[in-house]
Design a protein around this ligand. Structure first.
Ligand code: 5GP
Ligand code: ZN
Length: 117
């Protein structure tokens, strides 16, 4: 599914219909602070177009996938995460995905342990 879905919270954030603390935005992607942060810096980066998960985005539009990761790197720089950070794309139920609009978490500002739970 591409385009915009009125039932999708991240489509609504991209459209400006739901408030979010936006830290970066361009014609392809929007980045905003997670409502339930898991680290001092926790930003979500989404494509403006609705794609359910990273596999669907990769199949549909590799340019947008590259834009998503470039924006994640841009956010890490503007959030001053030179000491290190993590980009996470949870996918599917076992992957912990709870919002079915692909999003990259940018986490940083503390030492992150490995492996994740
Ligand atoms: P997932 O579990 O799908 O990888 O991540 C979804 C993330 O979206 C969660 O970390 C959750 O806190 C965040 N989230 C869900 N709804 C909203 C919202 O309306 N606004 C913001 N800023 N974050 C949200
Ligand atoms: Zn959506």
């Amino acid at each position: 599914m591409m385009g915009s879905m009125s039932s999708c919270p991240f489509c609504l954030i991209a459209a400006g219909s739901i408030d979010a603390d936006i830290v970066y935005s361009d014609d392809q992607v929007v980045a905003f602070r997670d409502i339930n942060p898991q680290a001092p810096v926790h930003v979500l980066v989404i494509p403006r177009e609705h794609h359910a998960n990273v596999a669907e985005l990769a199949r549909a539009d590799s340019e947008q996938l590259a834009a998503l990761l470039a924006a994640a790197a841009q956010v890490a720089e503007s959030e001053q995460l030179a000491a290190g950070y993590r980009v996470v794309i949870n996918t599917g139920g076992d992957g912990g995905q709870t919002v079915d609009h692909v999003h990259a978490h940018v986490l940083g500002g503390r030492h992150l342990t490995w492996p994740p739970g």
